[in-house]
Design a protein around this ligand. Structure first.
Ligand SMILES: CSC[C@H]1O[C@@H](n2cnc3c(O)ncnc32)[C@H](O)[C@@H]1O
Ligand SMILES: [Zn+2]
Length: 418
């Protein structure tokens, strides 16, 4: 389905190597492996613009807490116990869930990034990886060295499916000196920056008290938006002036509605950001907060929240919500035009949705069904970079039985006594 046309067209998609080679009717492809797509809908793969993949091991471990309590009392102690092997298996668990629910690419910020990169290499997904940098204590430059190692070792690896970013965690965990250092490195080496921003009112109050400005003004003050491509996660609490500062930025904002709802953070001003010319993509955040990684759920939540917040059902219509999860997120990952779109020359990152289900019939408007009715489990086939990762709901690059066994044992050990 071409989201620009909004109505599905019947036809074939020819994939050659990593790319979409042709889209049309009765394409001649003698030697091709053919997927019979009758009763299915093809659309661009979904792109999760903000993730912490190993947090799937912490799914359901701690609910109903405020962000800072949840993070400091539960997540950080659990993460301190995670071994590199745990990170690998947690990342793999998230990737299995993402492939199963139609996500083809994601942006990740975490620790032990070699393990996550290894999992990306094996599963066949596309990812923009970031070593999360927290600067609350002096570590002798260890984390920064790891961030640079990630870039040196993995940027462009796995047939180009992996790219790297720099990841100062947030304004509240990144004081001016390291922030300056990260920005000048990102600018000099042309590396995108991935950072949490203005997720809670408490964060806004902390930064105002420390620096006399909002979190957005703080980052702007040091030139982040002028000098770098930036992926901002959350941006729930922005005022009009903040939005003006983000106008024209390269990159944009990852809206993560389910995580924001569950942690009680609020509703991001998506409609106003879009009016201000800021690109908005969609993400889940980690499974530790969002609980599931089903991007169809995020699409639905995003659309419904804007309608409810402003009392206007015309806001964020189905097609726009779908675009956020595809083209919008692609821009945030610095992959604009390369993925998130079904067009000749783009990477063959696409999914097939099985319409033969009661909740997906009748097909008055396919776009409406995708945004408001489909769930991840409706995805039949997932293709990334021209390679089939799931066919007929069977994962082809992951040993799921072993994965579930490993993940369950590790998750139990990690949270014991916390
Ligand atoms: C240092 S790696 C990334 C770091 O971020 C933490 N995290 C996960 N979700 C959130 C969120 O919603 N806001 C702030 N920080 C978050 C994660 O637990 C890792 O420690
Ligand atoms: Zn996050």
């Amino acid at each position: 389905m071409d989201l620009v046309q909004e109505q599905p067209v019947k036809g074939d998609i020819l994939i050659e190597g990593e790319k979409i080679a042709a889209i049309g009717v009765n394409l001649d492809a003698e030697h091709a492996d053919t997927i019979e797509g009758g009763g299915m809908l093809a659309m661009p793969g979904l792109i999760n613009a903000h993730q912490h993949t190993p947090m799937s091991l912490l799914r359901g471990f701690s609910d109903d807490l405020k962000l800072m309590d949840w993070l400091e009392r539960k997540m950080l102690p659990a993460e301190a116990r995670m071994t590199p092997d745990d990170i690998y298996w947690g990342a793999l668990l998230s990737m299995a869930e993402m492939i199963r629910s139609g996500t083809t690419a994601f942006a990740d910020m975490y620790i032990h990034m070699d393990e996550i990169a290894r999992a990306v290499q094996e599963t066949g997904m596309r990812a923009a990886l970031t070593r999360g940098l927290v600067f609350h204590e002096d570590d002798g430059g260890k984390r920064m060295t790891e961030a640079l190692d990630l870039i040196r070792r993995w940027d462009g690896a796995a047939e180009g499916r992996i790219t790297a970013m720099l990841g100062p965690h947030s304004p509240y965990l990144c004081p001016p000196e390291p922030l300056r250092e990260v920005i000048s490195l990102a600018e000099a080496e042309d590396i995108p920056v991935h950072i949490h921003l203005a997720e809670t009112k408490e964060e806004v109050a902390i930064i105002r008290q420390k620096y006399g400005m909002t979190p957005t003004q703080y980052l702007y003050h040091y030139g982040l938006f002028e000098k770098c491509h930036v992926l901002l996660a959350h941006a729930v609490h922005l005022n009009r002036r903040d939005m003006g500062l983000l106008r024209g930025m390269r990159g944009g904002v990852s809206h993560n509605p389910v995580s924001n709802l569950k942690l009680g953070c609020g509703i991001a001003p998506v409609t106003e950001m879009r009016k201000a010319g800021i690109t908005v993509g969609l993400g889940t955040d980690g499974a530790g907060s969002a609980t599931t990684l089903d991007m169809f759920q995020e699409i639905r939540a995003a659309a419904w929240l804007q309608k409810a917040d402003y009392g206007d059902p015309a806001l964020l219509p189905a097609v726009e919500a779908l675009r956020m999860a595809t083209e919008g997120s692609a821009k945030l990952l610095n992959l604009e035009g390369k993925t998130g779109t079904l067009k000749v020359g783009a990477k063959a990152d696409l999914i097939l949705i099985d319409l033969g289900k009661p909740h997906l019939q009748p097909v008055h408007h396919a776009v409406s069904l995708l945004a408001y009715s489909a769930v991840g489990a409706d995805v039949d086939t997932t293709i990334v970079n021209g390679r089939i990762l799931m066919r007929n709901r069977r994962l082809l690059t992951i040993d799921e039985e072993r994965l579930i066994h490993e993940a369950a044992g590790r998750a139990k050990r990690i949270v014991e006594g916390i």
